[in-house]
Ligand binder design. Structure first.
Ligand SMILES: [Zn+2]
Length: 530
């Protein structure tokens, strides 16, 4: 038990945090620190069935993939601004920027307004940034984090945005053919193709590829796993890895190549990014799950999903030893309309699921209902700071909102909090710590105003929490629109209290008395939407 005199001299602060959400999503909320590091892993085209198939193959029907072990999970709609069925560009834009756009557009509006990406926001918060993909690094999903373009097919524009605008500290993937000078084998930078990319005739003639430009921007360039492994990541500033001319190999077909696995790229990325004392943002894409879905090839699909899951393991192991790391695993959309069927009334033996399907080819071919993307929801799994917001029914724009919230909340200077899970609601909560200074015996009081504005069309739940970093205080009233909230009266800890609020209300937490004594210094209040 602490000495009362000592306690009374203690600087006392009361903070207040409020989190607001749609009634269809009821995140758990606690006052917690933000995320120093964010690792977002995207399985391109990885719907629920792809996860189930990979689990059955790799771990058995009762087993767990690494992605099954994250603390929170939900499900997410993926439609774009102009289509029920999204492509990777629009879906990625929603994940990267929190905004819907039309299919094929990279992180800008249909009329060309560039949207700030979470990677740019991280960079502007002093964090290191990285992009890892098994696709061409200028492909849609990596592009939405580090580029802005009217079309996902503007590979030259996208590569130049990486080098001149967003400058990620690390880029690992495929697609070397878009960077090589036309004189080199496999280059796509031919005169004709550069004209198609919007270069003038003079520019196309003078073009000598982008490798020199990357070197000029401080990138160390590696072309295979051996070169990647030879790097001392503590000594590197920026790294560009281009491990194949086009997409990297399917996991099932990569033998004999010197391409790093996605998990290995993730490990190396973390080695570089963790050098930044301000933390980092890293996006890792398992791109070829989608391509296997388009091809309706369950073998390629499962093996790439399992390989992606190994990258999840690497991220989770990093998070375990680096508190303050938010890990999110999700997909941009489903692809192939996959179902999980089994031709026998039994269970497949370990690792035999695909072979069993191969032996019953009508089943194997019949489990796909589409050669392209579908609009079914996709899984969301999350662990770490603010991960608890990612539960229940979500929309793909909500991933950005939570990442941004988690990142902003890790800044000591942040005074504005919002945890907007569904974009239909725009909510501002302004608050800062009440400061009672050094307190002695006797009574002290103060009042803190907060403003809650619901500009959306939905009712919301409001959860707010007040806390003190010192043990001793009375909270005698919580007032909303002038009325005192029932049940929020003397006594610490106060009980959670329900009340109603209408639009545009001001809430005040009034703590009029400070007295000696020993209490648990936590106050909670909860507002329910009407
Ligand atoms: Zn696709």
């Amino acid at each position: 038990m602490e000495d009362i005199t000592t306690m009374n001299r203690t600087y006392m602060k009361i903070g207040l945090i409020a989190v607001l959400m749609l009634s269809i999503a009821i995140p758990q909320v606690s006052a917690e620190d933000g995320a120093k590091n964010i690792i977002l892993l995207i399985g391109d085209g990885m719907g629920f069935a792809q996860v189930t198939a990979a689990r059955v193959y790799e771990a058995g029907p009762d087993g767990c993939l690494n992605m099954d072990t994250l603390d929170y999970s939900g499900y997410m709609s993926t439609h774009s601004q102009n289509s029920l069925v999204t492509d990777s560009a629009a879906a990625g834009t929603a994940l990267a920027c929190g905004k819907k756009t039309d299919n094929r557009i990279i992180s800008q509006s249909p009329d060309g307004e560039e949207y700030e990406t979470i990677l740019e926001a991280a960079r502007d918060n002093g964090k290191a940034t990285g992009i890892v993909s098994t696709a061409r690094i200028t492909h849609a999903t990596p592009a939405v984090f580090g580029a802005h373009s009217s079309s996902r097919y503007n590979w030259d524009d996208i590569a130049k945005d990486y080098l001149q605008q967003t400058k990620p500290d690390l880029l690992l993937g495929g697609g070397l053919r878009y960077w090589l000078d036309d004189t080199e084998t496999g280059s796509h930078r031919t005169y004709e193709k550069l004209l198609e990319q919007g270069l003038s005739e003079a520019e196309a003639l003078a073009d000598d590829g982008l490798i020199d430009d990357a070197v000029a921007e401080g990138y160390t360039i590696v072309y295979n796993q051996s070169e990647l492994d030879a790097l001392d990541m503590n000594a590197e500033d920026r790294v560009l890895g281009l491990f194949s001319l086009s997409h990297m190999s399917y996991e099932f077909e990569r033998d004999g190549t010197d391409e790093p696995h996605i998990a290995h790229m993730t490990e190396k990325a973390l080695e570089l990014l963790e050098n930044d004392p301000d933390g980092f943002f890293l996006m890792v894409e398992g791109a070829r799950i989608d391509h296997a879905g388009h091809a309706n090839n369950i073998t390629l699909n499962v093996h790439d999903t399992v390989a992606f899951d190994e990258a999840v393991r690497v991220a989770l192991e990093f998070a375990e030893t680096h508190p303050g790391t938010l890990v999110i695993v999700t997909a941009d959309h489903e692809c192939g309309g996959l179902s999980v069927e089994y031709p026998f009334e039994s269970f497949p033996a370990e690792g035999e699921y695909i072979q069993d399907l191969d032996n019953e080819s009508e089943y194997r071919d019949g489990i796909w209902t589409s050669g392209s993307h579908t609009a079914v929801d996709v899984p969301v799994m999350a662990s770490g700071p603010f991960a608890s917001l990612l539960t229940g029914r979500l929309d793909n724009t909500g991933i950005f909102d939570v990442m941004e919230e988690a990142m902003v909340s890790s800044n000591d200077t942040a005074t504005e909090l919002s945890a907007e899970v569904i974009p239909a609601i725009s909510i501002t909560v302004e608050t800062s710590a009440l400061d009672f200074g050094t307190v002695g015996a006797g009574l002290h009081s103060d009042t803190k105003q907060i403003t809650i504005v619901n500009t959306g069309t939905h009712d919301v739940n409001v959860t707010a929490e007040a806390w003190a970093d010192q043990n001793n205080f009375y909270a005698t009233a919580l007032r909303l629109n002038g009325g005192t909230v029932d049940g929020f009266s003397e006594g610490i800890p106060a009980d959670i209290t329900d009340f109603e609020y209408a639009e545009d209300v001001a809430a005040s937490l009034e703590v009029p008395e400070w007295a000696g004594g020993e209490y648990d210094g936590t106050v909670l209040f909860v507002a329910e939407g009407v």
